[in-house]
Each structure stands twice: as structure tokens, then as C-alpha cells.
Design a binder for this molecule. Structure first.
Ligand SMILES: [Zn+2]
Length: 166
């Protein structure tokens, strides 16, 4: 899954944390910072947190913390390759990213490409069902990498066969 934007730096630890969670994880990457994290963020201490500790402090799933790391939240690694995050940095990051910078909800058939860091229209979208969620996977037209999009968990709707014209 290195084609969805893992950095080499993070890949090792993430591989351990992430097993089997990829689909669930990608559902969340494009979402806004959870409300609970926004509320609790300012209460983070200027100390080093492990990703799991940070997630617990903020009351969010680990997948959010992983996404933030991938999207640029600063971290350091110790001699054993463990990731540590400064609480002050995390608080600042949450404050900066609490509002969606993408300008409203993604249209159907679009996804956020983590490589290109822009919204793209999904090429060759494929529906996948994971646990309770629907996921769209497809190809980014800019970089050719894989993109994912969580979909509403309602009755499956066919994607328009023609490109959406904006
Ligand atoms: Zn791309």
C-alpha cells in the first residue's frame, strides 16, 4: 500500500500498527479533525506522546493520528524507531487543520489524493465494502497513485458513468 502516500520514515512503525486496518484508515484521512480532538487539543501538555497516547488523550481513533503524521504533524523517532509527538505541536496542528481547507464536501466520485494533496476526480472507481463502510478506490488522474474515498453507508448508488463536469 505504499502507493497511497506513506512516507518511508513512517512505513515501518505503521506496518506494525496498521495491520488489517488500511481500509478503515483511508476512510478517515480526508475527514475533518474530530470535534473531540478540537476540544481536547488545547489541553495537550508540552511533553512527548506516543501516537497511541495522543489518540487516547484526544479521544480519537489511532487512524486520525496516523493521518496527521502523514499529513505533516511533526514527530521524532527514538533509537528504537518509535514515534514521539510533542503535545504542543499536536495542539498547534489541530488548531491549524480544524477547518477543512478543501472548500466544502467532496463531490461524488472525487477523492483527496494524498500525494498530490489536492482533490481529484477518481479514475476507474471501484466500490469496496469493508465492515460497515463503503469505500471507493480508484486512480488519481494526476499522479496515477491509488486514491480512496469513504462513501455513505446507504444503499449502493452507481457512480455516474460520465465524468462529473464542474
Ligand atoms: Zn495524485
Amino acid at each position: 500500500m505504499d502507493d497511497i502516500g506513506f512516507t518511508g520514515e513512517l512505513a515501518k512503525e505503521e506496518d506494525q500498527i496498521l495491520q488489517g486496518a488500511e481500509v478503515a484508515q483511508v476512510l478517515f484521512y480526508a475527514r475533518k479533525v474530530p470535534h473531540l480532538a478540537i476540544v481536547r487539543g488545547p489541553g495537550l501538555l508540552p511533553m512527548w506522546y506516543r501516537p497511541k497516547e495522543l489518540a487516547d488523550e484526544l479521544g480519537v481513533e489511532m487512524m486520525f493520528v496516523r493521518n496527521w503524521l502523514r499529513r505533516g504533524l511533526a514527530f521524532r523517532k527514538d533509537g528504537q524507531g518509535h514515534i514521539w509527538i510533542d503535545g504542543s505541536e499536536a495542539a498547534r496542528w489541530i488548531e491549524t487543520h480544524r477547518r477543512s481547507s478543501s472548500g466544502g464536501p467532496l463531490p461524488d466520485g472525487w477523492a483527496y489524493c494524498m500525494r498530490c494533496r489536492v482533490r481529484v476526480e477518481i479514475v476507474r472507481p471501484v466500490r469496496m465494502v469493508s465492515a460497515k463502510h463503503l469505500v471507493l478506490s480508484g486512480i488519481c488522474p494526476r499522479c496515477g497513485g491509488k486514491v480512496y474515498r469513504g462513501a455513505r453507508n446507504g444503499p449502493p448508488r452507481e457512480l455516474p458513468s460520465n465524468p462529473i463536469v464542474s
